[in-house]
Design a protein around this ligand. Structure first.
Ligand SMILES: Nc1ncnc2c1ncn2[C@@H]1O[C@H](COP(=O)(O)OP(=O)(O)OP(=O)(O)O)[C@@H](O)[C@H]1O
Ligand SMILES: [Mg+2]
Length: 257
């Protein structure tokens, strides 16, 4: 199974939107996808139409090794697409994961817990896509240790562009345990009408020429509107430009992942 972790310490850049739409496109094409919600805000769980309060077991229990991923994964409306949901309980997990509870008082290898959980489902899914919180800690570390690809949504906005540089020292650290991780940047929320947005898009490519994908996700009210229906835009509005952008992203990643 290939694992794609969607990350950026900057908030609101399109991590959850990218995770959900990419997963739907892959699933529609017959790829068996497991979406993993690793953000305590549970935006991914909500955006697929589920209420995080409804689950007795979820990613919190997987990370504390009280449940398996297979225990918590649920079917979605889409064939080939399952979701490992989360809840706000995940907020307190950082300390709990490290503290452990199996006698030694420490969890040995806490950063490998998710990777090991995913590897048990190797025969069940072709791709796992992990949505992560906008903070660096145990959750993001676990998601990156498990990943074949770190996919960074880079919003076409100057401060988001500046925030990209902070990710690379973190990724260098991760390479010590996961040396083969690939890194790619997808530009998001490009507003072609503004010079600012176009200039930042160019800056991202010029600064990270080898890492930046050709696909650009355009700013679109359709993407934001889809959240009202608690469904990804590729499902609600498959003919919209932004849905086409996400299908193009899937094309590009299929060749790399
Ligand atoms: N291409 C787009 N055009 C317009 N709005 C978008 C687009 N992509 C995402 N949005 C909207 O921008 C907001 C932030 O997107 P999203 O939740 O995906 O970001 P995030 O990086 O996951 O945020 P967080 O850091 O809080 O987890 C949401 O309201 C979403 O609907
Ligand atoms: Mg999010």
């Amino acid at each position: 199974m290939k694992v794609c972790t969607v990350l950026n310490q900057k908030g609101g850049v399109g991590k959850t939107t990218t995770s959900a739409n990419l997963a739907c496109v892959f699933a529609e094409r017959g790829t068996r996808v497991l979406l993993i919600d690793l953000d305590p805000q549970a935006a991914l769980t909500i955006s697929l139409g589920f209420d995080p309060m409804d689950f007795e077991t979820h990613m919190y229990h997987v990370l504390l090794r009280q449940a398996t991923l297979a225990d918590v994964a649920i079917r979605t409306e889409l064939d080939n697409l399952d979701l490992a949901p989360t809840s706000i309980d995940l907020c307190g997990i950082e300390a709990e994961m490290i503290r452990g509870g199996r006698g030694s008082g420490l969890t040995i290898g806490w950063e490998q817990i998710l990777a090991k959980a995913i590897s048990t489902l190797d025969n069940h899914y072709d791709v796992a896509i992990i949505d992560t919180p906008p903070t660096f800690g145990c959750l993001l570390t676990n998601a990156l240790v498990a990943a074949n690809m770190a996919l960074i949504p880079g919003q076409c906005h100057y401060l988001s562009y500046r925030a990209l540089e902070w990710l690379f020292p973190i990724l260098e650290d991760i390479k010590e345990v996961n040396p083969n991780i690939m890194v790619r940047i997808v530009r998001t929320m490009l507003d072609k009408r503004t010079l600012h947005s176009r200039e930042v898009s160019e800056k991202i490519v010029n600064t990270y020429p080898k890492l930046t994908l050709d696909t650009i996700i355009k700013l679109s009210i359709r993407a934001a509107d889809a959240t009202l229906d608690e469904k990804p835009v590729v499902i609600i509005n498959p003919k919209s430009d932004v849905a086409c952008n996400y299908r193009q992203l899937a094309d590009e990643l299929e060749g790399v992942l």
